[in-house]
Design a binder for this molecule. Structure first.
Ligand code: ADP
Ligand code: MG
Length: 249
């Protein structure tokens, strides 16, 4: 899985007709994310980052262009295959952690496995493994309100990982957290990227954080790609532009 391309977009568009006007939320974006790469999507509010991420997730369909995940064209998938893509290939976390309040942490993390019809015995061990990975093994019976913001986001991350996706998408995962807790989440994402070889595409508007932790930064503006820069890939320091990292796929 480490060689090759995880996600490729080819002139992808998502236009919304709003009365007479057309909102070009994503407007002809062509990018490639390699297997095992950690990419940050940067841009100001309204630049189309979330729309692009949702298209990659298969949560939304493009109005033009194409998206490939591991060389498979999402447009050619029927609804069953697309559901499978969302459930098996993609893990996704959002700014608002979206854990279900009436369920314990363990039940929240188990939910994707139930939906994927994984056997009960297998479910328990996978839930524990995912929660250990985010260092929440001691919080199984807690409900979301009994967890800190950082713990809730780590729980959401465990839920995203439990189906063992190959691609993790994160939309401003640190947006609701204070700076120290946000850094913990970033370190955890980097660790998951490195230990599991998981491909990560993370939306953020915090450039220093993107520079510190991502391998590559893709800048968006008005729905278009507006520049590429190298990140530090978690090797310490705040950003920077070493040429070797820029050339690395
Ligand atoms: P970002 O995540 O970078 O802040 P978004 O992808 O959420 O930006 O939005 C990009 C643009 O598309 C914005 O101008 C937004 O208002 C518009 N947009 C997003 N979703 C819709 C929708 N469902 N209908 C109409 N316009 C939308
Ligand atoms: Mg957004």
């Amino acid at each position: 899985m480490r060689d090759g391309v995880a996600i490729r977009t080819d002139g992808v568009m998502r236009h919304y007709a709003m009365g007479q006007a057309m909102v070009r939320a994503v407007d002809g974006v062509s990018i490639e994310v390699k297997n095992g790469e950690f990419v940050a999507l940067l841009g100001s509010s309204g630049s189309g980052k979330s729309t692009l991420l949702n298209l990659m997730a298969g949560l939304d369909r493009p109005t033009g262009g194409a998206i490939f995940a591991h060389d498979r064209n999402l447009a050619e998938m029927n609804s069953e295959e697309l559901a499978r893509h969302r459930s098996h290939t993609i893990g996704i976390v959002f700014q608002a952690f979206n854990l279900l309040p009436r369920m314990t942490l363990e039940e929240n993390v188990e939910l994707p496995l139930r939906l994927a019809e994984v056997d009960r015995g297998e479910r328990a061990s996978r839930v524990h493994e995912a929660l250990e990975r985010v260092r929440l093994g001691g919080r199984l019976a807690h409900r979301p309100t009994e967890l800190s913001g950082g713990e809730q986001q780590r729980g959401a991350l465990a839920r995203a990982l439990v189906n063992r996706p190959t691609i993790l998408l994160a939309d401003e995962p640190t947006g609701n957290l204070d700076s120290a807790t946000g850094d913990e989440i970033m370190k955890l994402l980097r660790e998951i990227n490195e230990s599991l070889g998981m491909t990560i595409v993370m939306v953020t508007h915090e450039r220093p954080r993107a520079e510190a932790f991502a391998d590559r930064l893709l800048m968006m503006k008005d729905g278009k790609l507006d520049g590429v820069a190298a990140g530090n890939g978690g090797r310490g320091g705040a950003g920077g532009n070493d040429g070797a990292a820029a050339l690395r796929p």
